[in-house]
Design a protein around this ligand. Structure first.
Ligand SMILES: *[C@@H]1O[C@H](CO)[C@@H](O)[C@H](O)[C@H]1NC(C)=O
Ligand SMILES: *[C@@H]1O[C@H](CO)[C@@H](O)[C@H](O)[C@H]1NC(C)=O
Length: 297
């Protein structure tokens, strides 16, 4: 009996060590943060994370610093997300603001089949030809007061305008509509630049304090909201990240110790990789060791 004891202890120790190993070495495939943003369902930081409907559009940049929305016209850094209101704000790199105005920006577009639509921010078209403005119903006369403010920004000279230009080349495009290609095409509208304002802050006449960005709404599909969301809430509350497994895209909860079909408290590990196979083999070995230990005693 005494000669068996070291063997049993060795097996038992091996079991304890391998139990804790996955936590120390496995980097979860899906992250809960990207740059400064909390990333939760339906968004994900990479393939297999979040909802499959959102994956082709939203992912964390390869260096991990920015969550990006990618459409057929480009990639746009996401600057904020409100999960409660299903809205987010993006910052197109060629959009003008008070400190920096950029002529001839490329088209800004969304994808027709994607889950995003324009939200409540206000587009202002800058340095437009007079034919765009005159009597054009796209320009909202009730918001025209924004034009004298934005035209106090010294950046207007970058658009080929004089300092403090007359405001008859400025158009508050509200409500904004994307064209039939789901794009805002500044050249088609015969303007030199555009900006988009999310909020005016405390001083509506001080464009230096405005919050610039394009607000978007997103919609969860029927499948997302009814089948996946209940399991997803339990997964997120247990410290996991909601994901999906191609090709059939069934729900997975991505945990530090591996993936499950429910939440991170569950032991229903999906055994797919060699490391998780190792995990379950050592678990069996450990149970066997305890069993042998009791028999010997
Ligand atoms: C867990 O799920 C993620 C996302 O779907 C995937 O990238 C990863 O390979 C999975 N890990 C295992 C061990 O199956
Ligand atoms: C203004 O635009 C420039 C160029 O895109 C950007 O670097 C800067 O952060 C923006 N400033 C504000 C206040 O949004």
């Amino acid at each position: 009996m005494n000669s068996l004891l070291p063997v049993i202890l060795f097996i038992y120790l091996h079991f304890i060590l391998t139990m804790t190993k996955p936590t120390l070495t496995l980097e979860p495939a899906c992250k809960t943060r990207c740059g400064t943003l909390d990333v939760k369902y339906p968004f994900g930081t990479g393939p297999g994370c979040g909802s499959p409907r959102f994956h082709p559009y939203v992912a964390c940049s390869p260096d991990g610093t920015q969550l990006l929305l990618t459409t057929h016209t480009g990639s746009y850094p996401i600057t904020s997300i409100s999960y409660a209101d299903s809205t987010l704000t993006i910052s197109p790199p060629c959009m003008s603001n008070c400190t920096s105005m950029q002529p001839a920006p490329p088209k800004f577009g969304l994808d027709w089949a994607g889950p995003f639509q324009l939200g409540s921010s206000t587009f202002i078209l800058l340095a437009c030809s007079s034919s765009t403005i005159k009597g054009n119903p796209i320009c909202d006369p009730s918001s025209a007061y924004l034009c004298p403010s934005i035209y106090t920004c010294p950046g207007v000279v970058s658009l080929g305008l004089p300092l403090f230009p007359p405001t008859n080349s400025c158009c508050v495009y509200s409500p904004a509509n994307l064209n039939s290609n789901v794009e805002l095409d500044i050249r088609e509208l015969k303007c030199a630049g555009y900006t988009s304002v999310v909020s005016l802050g405390d001083l509506p006449t001080n464009p230096g304090q405005w919050l610039y960005g394009v607000a978007l709404k997103y919609t969860l599909g029927g499948l997302d909201s009814y089948n996946i969301a209940p399991s997803c809430r339990a997964c997120e509350m247990s410290g996991g990240v909601c994901g999906y497994s191609p090709p059939r895209n069934y729900f997975v909860c991505v945990c530090a110790n591996g993936n499950t079909t429910t939440d991170c408290y569950s032991y229903s590990w999906i055994i797919t990789t060699s490391s998780s196979l190792q995990y379950s083999r050592d678990l069996q070995l450990g149970i066997l060791a305890i069993f042998v230990f009791f028999i010997v005693i």
